[in-house]
Design a protein around this ligand. Structure first.
Ligand code: GLN
Length: 534
C-alpha cells in the first residue's frame, strides 16, 4: 500500500482535484488499483449545509454522503464510486474526538491537537486502504500550504511519511509559476516560498507540479529544482489547457506517472492504456456542431454550483462529437414578457436542482415554454418537482398547485413531505440521500433510454411527488415511468406526445463518467441535436 499526498501552494484554485484525478487516471491506466480521497480543513462536518456560493456543488455519493465537488472529478476520471469515507473535514475529525472525549475514552488525559487530532487524521488517511486492497491511495489536502487550519494535516502526513518511510509515502506539491505581464517574465519566487513553508513543517516535496500560462524553459526548471531540493525530472510543467480532459495526456507527456512509480520503486512497463479516453478527447476536440443548452437555475453566477451537470453534458455531447454551449440563465430574471426572447435559440432546457423559493416562478415559466414549444427538457430534482407543479397548474387547471416546500398551505400539494419526515428538524444529512433503486416502466421513453428494468440513481431532497394526485396526472398525460418500488415513490415523470420532456427526482449528473456518459444526458443531447436539425 502506498500513499501520495497532494498539497497546494501560492494560491488556491490551481486545480489540485484535476491533478489528483489525472494522476490517478494514469496510474489506473497502468493497471494499478487506485483511489483518491479529499481532506478539507474547514469546521463544517460536511458541505451539505453550505451555500453553493461558498463552496460550489455538493457532490453526493452512493452511500449518501454530501461531499466536496472534487470527489466528482475522481469518480468521473477514474470511473469509480467513492464513499463517505473519501471526504473528511476538520469538523468530522473533531466530532469524532469530542464524542470520544465525552464518553471518557481518553481516560483522564488532556486531549490535544498532537497527538489526538493528528492520530485521528492518520487513522482516516489509512482507512480506505484497510478496507480494500488498493495499490495506491492518493490524498488531496484541501487549502493552501501556510494556512493555519491546514497544519494538523501536513503534520499528520509528515508523521505517516516518517512511520512508513519514503518508499511508501510521497508528496506532490502543486504550485503556480507567476507570469508578470509588465516584464513578460515567469517568476519562481512564490513557488520557492511555498516549498519553504512545507519544508518548515518537515515535509520535503518529492514532485512539483507547476501550473503556468507559458512553457517553462530548461533553465527555469533547473532553477526551481535547485531552490526546492526537488530532482529536475520531478519538476513537472502543467501548462494551462482549454479542457480538463487534456490534463492526463499533458501530465503523461511530462512523465509524471513514471516519476511517481520510480519514487515508489514500482516497475515502469510500457505505456498507460488511455485509448478510451483518447477517443473521447478526439471527438470532443473535433465537434461537428454546437448545441446551445439553457441551464435555468438560481446559482448561475458560480458555474461550480452545477459542476456535475456541466460535466455530464460535456461527456454526453463529446461522445456524439458535439460541442455544448451552456446558456446560464438566472431563473429570477425570467418573466412572461422576456421568456420567449431569453429562451429562443436554445435546443434544450435543463431546470436545475435547488432549494427554497427564490426564482421559482421563472423555473415554472421556462418549463411551460419547453412543454408548449416541444423543446427538449430535463428537470432535475427541484426541476422535476416544478415540472409537476407546472403541469398541475396549466394542464390540470389547479392554478394554486405547488410544492409545500414553497407554499405550505397550497390547496393542491402535488409535491409534499412524506408523513414520517414531518418531525425532522436537524438540517445536516437528513434528506433522502444517496443511491436508491428505480424501477423503469416498459414502453416508456425512460425504458428506451435506460433499456433495463432497474437502475440506481443518487438522491438529495426532502420533498416527493404526492401519490394522491398520481392518477389525475397520468390520465392527463404526465406519465410516471420510474419509481422506487419499496415505497412506491415517483422517480421519473415524462410527457406523453412530447419529443423529450423528462423530470427526474434524482441527480443523474452524479453518475456520469468520462468513459461512461449517462444514458439520460445522452438521450437529452440526442433530442437536442434532433431539435436543431428538425
Ligand atoms: N428542494 C427540493 C427538495 O428538498 C429539491 C432538492 C433538490 O433539487 N436537490 O425536495
Amino acid at each position: 500500500m502506498r500513499y501520495i499526498f497532494i498539497t497546494g501552494g501560492v494560491v488556491s484554485s490551481l486545480g489540485k482535484g484535476i491533478v489528483a484525478a489525472s494522476l490517478g487516471k494514469l496510474l489506473q491506466a497502468r493497471g494499478y488499483r487506485v483511489t483518491i480521497q479529499k481532506f478539507d480543513p474547514y469546521l463544517n462536518v460536511d458541505p451539505g449545509t453550505l451555500n453553493p456560493y461558498e463552496h460550489g456543488e455538493v457532490f453526493v455519493t452512493d452511500d449518501g454522503a454530501e461531499t466536496d465537488l472534487d470527489l466528482g472529478h475522481y469518480e468521473r476520471f477514474l470511473n469509480i464510486s467513492t464513499s463517505r469515507d473519501h471526504n473528511v473535514t476538520t469538523g468530522k475529525i473533531y466530532q469524532t474526538i469530542l464524542e470520544r472525549e465525552r464518553k471518557g475514552e481518553y481516560l483522564g488525559k488532556t486531549v490535544q491537537v498532537i497527538p489526538h487530532v493528528t492520530d485521528e487524521i492518520k487513522r482516516r488517511f489509512t482507512l480506505l486502504a484497510q478496507r480494500e486492497p488498493y495499490d495506491i491511495v492518493i490524498t488531496e489536502l484541501g487549502g493552501t500550504v501556510g494556512d493555519i487550519e491546514s497544519l494538523p494535516y501536513i503534520e499528520a502526513a509528515r508523521q505517516l511519511h516518517y512511520e512508513l518511510g519514503p518508499l511508501r509515502v510521497i508528496f506532490l506539491h502543486l504550485t503556480l509559476i507567476v507570469y508578470l505581464e509588465a516584464t513578460r517574465e515567469l517568476k519562481t519566487k512564490p513557488t520557492q516560498h511555498s516549498v519553504k513553508e512545507l519544508q518548515q513543517a518537515g515535509v520535503q516535496p518529492d514532485i512539483l507540479v507547476c501550473r503556468t500560462a507559458y512553457p517553462l524553459s530548461r533553465e527555469l526548471r533547473a532553477k526551481i529544482a535547485l531552490h526546492t531540493n526537488v530532482p529536475r525530472n520531478a519538476v513537472i510543467q502543467a501548462l494551462d489547457v482549454p479542457t480538463i480532459y487534456q490534463v492526463p495526456f499533458q501530465l503523461r507527456k511530462e512523465k509524471l506517472d513514471e516519476v511517481v512509480l520510480r519514487r515508489f520503486r514500482l516497475p515502469v512497463r510500457g505505456e498507460p492504456d488511455l485509448s478510451g479516453w483518447g477517443t473521447f478527447l478526439e471527438k470532443l476536440q473535433n465537434p461537428q456542431a454546437t448545441l446551445r443548452i439553457a441551464l435555468v437555475g438560481k446559482y448561475v453566477d458560480l458555474h461550480d454550483a452545477y459542476k456535475s451537470i456541466q460535466e455530464a453534458l460535456i461527456h454526453a455531447a463529446g461522445w456524439q462529437a458535439l460541442a455544448v454551449e451552456i446558456g446560464w440563465i438566472y431563473s429570477g430574471d425570467l418573466t412572461a414578457d422576456n421568456l420567449e426572447r431569453r429562451l429562443r435559440g436554445y435546443q434544450g432546457i435543463i431546470v436545475a436542482p435547488g432549494f427554497g423559493e427564490r426564482g421559482i416562478a421563472g423555473k415554472i415559466l421556462a418549463i411551460q415554454y419547453a412543454r408548449q414549444e416541444g423543446l427538449p427538457f430535463l428537470g432535475i430534482c427541484l426541476g422535476m418537482q416544478m415540472a409537476v407543479v407546472e403541469f398541475a397548474r396549466h394542464v390540470l387547471g389547479w392554478a394554486e398547485a405547488h410544492s409545500t416546500e414553497i407554499q405550505p398551505d397550497t390547496p393542491y400539494p402535488v409535491i409534499d413531505l412524506m408523513p414520517e419526515q414531518r418531525t425532522v428538524t436537524a438540517k445536516g444529512g437528513t434528506m433522502r440521500l444517496g443511491a436508491y433503486p428505480c424501477e423503469i416502466k416498459r414502453g416508456t421513453l425512460a425504458w428506451r433510454i435506460y433499456q433495463k428494468p432497474l437502475v440506481y440513481e443518487r438522491h438529495r431532497h426532502r420533498y416527493e411527488f404526492n401519490n394522491a394526485y398520481r392518477a389525475a396526472f397520468e390520465e392527463a398525460g404526465l406519465v410516471v415511468s420510474g419509481r422506487y418500488p419499496e415505497k412506491d415513490l415517483v422517480e421519473i415523470v415524462e410527457l406523453r406526445g412530447h419529443p423529450f420532456f423528462v423530470g427526474v427526482q434524482f441527480h443523474p449528473e452524479f453518475r456520469s463518467r468520462v468513459e461512461e456518459p449517462h444514458p439520460l444526458f445522452k438521450a437529452f443531447i440526442g433530442a437536442a441535436a434532433q431539435y436543431s436539425s428538425g
